[in-house]
Design a protein around this ligand. Structure first.
Ligand code: NDP
Length: 247
């Protein structure tokens, strides 16, 4: 069996909860060095301390992905402390659902800033190092909503379609540098994602529906691990999964 995770230096944005946190634990247990980024620094520092106490390698770096300099600092810290960056998992995201007619324009801006520009800043921070290394792996998190558009989710869907477009362009452009590119598109997973829906009627309806079908974050963490663990001459481009009960 391939062991292509042990010793890799892996940067994860949005590592303070949900999918990012679960993936950090999973990859650390597989022997990777984890560089955790998020705004809730108390959470990522506690997670880093827990991993280090378990003889894993981890460090926490306060990071707001809407700030390009902070994302650069996150990836640069990985290189400064551990000598290289093998994987960047652009995972930070938010989903404040609401129909367009409610004009939650500030939330549209935030989704574009975090879900699209945050991913682009992660790519911008990683590319120079990975080009110099002539190796690397950029994993971007899209969604089932990167494949369909549902009413009430228009802007979120647009951001997740954009993530897939960016990943596909990156995949083609990064060939000369031996950089792998993966998009992972999860369906409904139990995390804190629904906590940030500001429209209470929509939040309640979404929670009611999602609570009946959602799965745990383990499948996502294993999907990330699978893509990384494949041999370096294998590029896992897309993984789409959903709960069996999700339409
Ligand atoms: P959570 O709300 O549990 O986690 C979101 C993470 O994003 C947190 O760690 C949060 O950290 C981080 N984040 C949000 N804004 C910023 C910011 N400005 N700068 C840095 N980090 C930020 O949700 P999930 O784990 O579910 O979400 C992870 C990804 O998975 C998202 O991209 C989401 O769209 C995607 N996804 C989730 C699905 C699901 O059903 N859960 C389905 C499909 C896709 P902090 O607040 O500390 O900064």
């Amino acid at each position: 069996m391939t062991d292509n995770i042990t010793g890799k230096v892996i940067v994860i944005t949005g590592a303070s909860s949900g999918l990012g946190e679960a993936t950090a634990r999973h990859l650390a247990a597989e022997g990777a060095t984890i560089v955790l980024g998020a705004r809730r620094v108390d959470r990522i520092e506690a997670l880093a301390a827990e991993l280090v106490a378990a003889d894993r390698k981890a460090v926490a770096v306060a990071t707001d992905v809407t700030d390009r300099a902070q994302v650069k600092n996150l990836v640069d810290t990985a290189v400064q402390q551990f000598g290289r960056v093998d994987v960047v998992l652009n995972n930070a995201g938010l989903m404040p659902l609401a129909p367009l007619e409610r004009l939650k324009v500030d939330e549209w801006d935030r989704m574009i800033d975090v879900n699209i520009k945050g991913v682009l800043y992660g790519i911008a921070a990683a590319l120079p190092h990975m080009q110099a290394q002539q190796s690397g792996h950029i994993i971007n998190v899209s969604s089932v909503y990167g494949h369909v558009v549902d009413p009430g989710a228009t802007v979120y869907c647009a951001t997740k379609h954009a993530v897939r477009a960016i990943s596909e362009g990156l995949r083609k452009e990064a060939k000369p540098y031996n950089i792998r590119t993966t998009t992972i598109s999860p369906g409904a997973v139990s995390t804190e994602l629904l906590e940030h829906i500001s429209e209470k009627d929509i939040q309640e309806g979404t929670k009611d529906f999602v609570s009946k079908i959602a799965i745990g974050p383990g499948t996502f963490a294993r999907a990330v691990a699978f893509a990384i663990n494949e041999p370096d001459d294998v590029d896992i481009n897309e993984i789409l999964f959903r709960p069996t009960l999700q339409p």
